[in-house]
Design a binder for this molecule. Structure first.
Ligand SMILES: [Mg+2]
Length: 377
C-alpha cells in the first residue's frame, strides 16, 4: 500500500489588501478596502478584497462598494492594482514551485502542492509548511495560511480553518474528528441552495452528511450525493493538475523478443539512462528520484524507486542507481520490457539555492536510498 498523500493548500491572507499594506506600512492596522471607487457612497462597483480590520465592520469580498462605504466611511479605499498583485503572485508561486514537482496554482493567491515524495510524514510536513510561511513572509512581506491533509479538498478546508496566518494539519487518522463538527457550508462549492436543501433534510454539519444514508443523498443530489458523502468522510481525492510542470522523464523499451541475457538488459539500461539524461538536460531539470520498471515475459510488472540524498543531473548516477535496483530482479525470469525514469524534478537554476534554504539536511535524514516496496501494476 502506498503511504498516505500529503497535500498542502496555500492561501494568501486577504491578498490584495496585504500587498497594499506592505507597499504603504502606514496603513497597517487600518481597515483597507481594495475595490472600485466608492464615490462617496454612490459608487456602483464591488469590494475586491479587504483587510481583516475592515472585516470587523462586516465588510467582505463582492459586497457593493457603496454598502462598504456606509459601514465604514473612514476606511482606506484603494483601486485594484492588478499588475502589482500579479508580480507578487508570480514571485510567491516561484517560491512554491521550486520545492516540488507536483504543483497546481488555482488562482492568483492560491495553490496546491503534493509533498508526498518530499517529506516522509506529517510532522515533517508541518515543519516544511512553517518554513514556507516564513520564507514567503520574509521574501514578500505578507502572510499566508496553509492546510495540510491527505487530499486536496480537506487541505482547502484546513487552510481556511485558522485564517489569517494559520497552519492546520489534518492527519489521515483524524479526518472525521476534524470534518464532522464543521458546518456544511465549509465544504467548497456548497452554497446557499445546497445548504438549504441539506437543512431541510435535517443536515447541519459535515458529520451529518458523513452519517447520512447514501440513498437519501443520491435521491436529492444524484451523483453529487456520492461525492458529498465521500468529502464528508475525508475519502474524496482528486488529482493535482500538474500540466504546468514536468513531473517525470522516462523512457522504456519492449524487446523485440523476450530477453534472458542479463548483459543485454544492462546494455539497454545504459542506453535508456543516456536518453533520459539527454532529455533532462534539454529541459533544464535536476532530479532526486530514479525509477525502474521491469516487465517479465508473463507480463508481471514491477516498479522501484530510489530517492537520492541530493539533487543531481549526473548520467552515471541514473545508470548506477537503476542497475542497483535491477540487480534484485536478476534470475527472476525472462524480460519483456525495461524502463528508466527520473522524478522529483526541479529546475536547475537559482531556485536550487532557495531550495537548499528550504530543506535543511535534517529534513532528509533517513530518506537517502529509501526504497519503496515494489508493487504490481
Ligand atoms: Mg486568499
Amino acid at each position: 500500500m502506498n503511504p498516505p498523500s500529503i497535500i498542502f493548500h496555500i492561501d494568501m491572507d486577504s491578498f490584495f489588501s496585504s500587498v497594499e499594506v506592505r507597499e504603504n506600512p502606514a496603513l497597517r492596522g487600518r481597515p483597507v478596502i481594495v475595490g472600485s471607487d466608492p464615490k462617496g457612497g454612490e459608487g456602483r462597483g464591488v469590494v475586491s478584497t479587504c483587510s481583516y480590520e475592515a472585516r470587523e465592520y462586516g465588510i467582505h469580498s463582492a459586497m457593493p462598494i457603496s454598502k462598504a462605504y456606509r459601514l465604514c466611511p473612514d476606511a482606506v479605499f484603494l483601486p485594484v492594482n492588478m499588475q502589482l498583485y500579479h508580480q507578487v503572485s508570480k514571485n510567491i508561486m516561484e517560491i512554491l514551485k521550486s520545492c516540488v514537482s507536483a504543483f497546481q496554482q488555482v488562482s492568483v493567491d492560491e495553490a496546491y502542492m503534493d509533498v508526498t515524495g518530499i517529506v516522509s510524514d506529517y510532522e515533517k510536513a508541518e515543519k516544511l509548511a512553517r518554513k514556507i510561511k516564513n520564507h514567503i513572509k520574509s521574501a514578500e512581506g505578507i502572510t499566508c495560511s496553509i492546510g495540510i491533509a491527505p487530499n486536496k479538498i480537506v487541505a482547502k478546508i484546513a487552510s481556511d480553518y485558522e485564517k489569517p496566518n494559520g497552519l492546520t494539519v489534518v492527519r489521515p487518522d483524524s479526518l472525521c474528528d476534524f470534518l464532522y463538527p464543521l458546518d456544511v457550508s465549509k465544504i467548497p462549492g456548497v452554497g446557499t441552495k445546497t445548504r438549504m436543501t441539506l437543512e431541510n433534510m435535517g443536515i447541519k454539519t459535515i458529520g451529518d452528511i458523513g452519517k447520512c444514508d447514501i440513498q437519501l443523498l443520491i435521491a436529492k443530489f444524484g451523483k453529487s450525493g456520492i461525492r458529498l458523502k465521500q468529502i464528508a468522510n475525508g475519502t474524496y481525492s482528486s488529482e493535482l493538475l500538474r500540466h504546468r510542470l514536468v513531473k517525470s522523464i522516462s523512457k522504456e523499451v519492449t524487446f523485440e523478443e523476450d530477453v534472458a541475457d542479463i548483459n543485454v538488459v544492462k546494455k539497454t539500461l545504459a542506453m535508456l539512462s543516456e536518453q533520459v539524461h539527454a532529455r533532462l538536460l534539454r529541459k533544464g531539470f535536476v532530479f532526486k528520484t530514479v525509477n525502474l520498471k521491469v516487465r517479465f515475459s508473463d507480463f508481471t510488472t514491477y516498479t522501484r524507486s530510489v530517492t537520492l540524498s541530493a539533487y543531481s543531473n549526473d548520467k552515471m548516477s541514473i545508470y548506477r542507481t537503476a542497475l542497483r535496483m535491477f540487480s534484485k530482479f536478476e534470475g527472476m525470469g525472462i524480460f519483456r520490457l525495461v524502463g528508466i525514469g527520473v522524478s522529483n524534478l526541479v529546475k536547475m537554476d537559482e531556485r536550487q539555492k532557495r531550495l537548499d534554504d528550504f530543506f535543511d539536511a535534517e529534513q532528509f535524514k533517513g530518506m537517502a536510498n529509501c526504497s519503496f516496496p515494489a508493487h504490481k501494476e
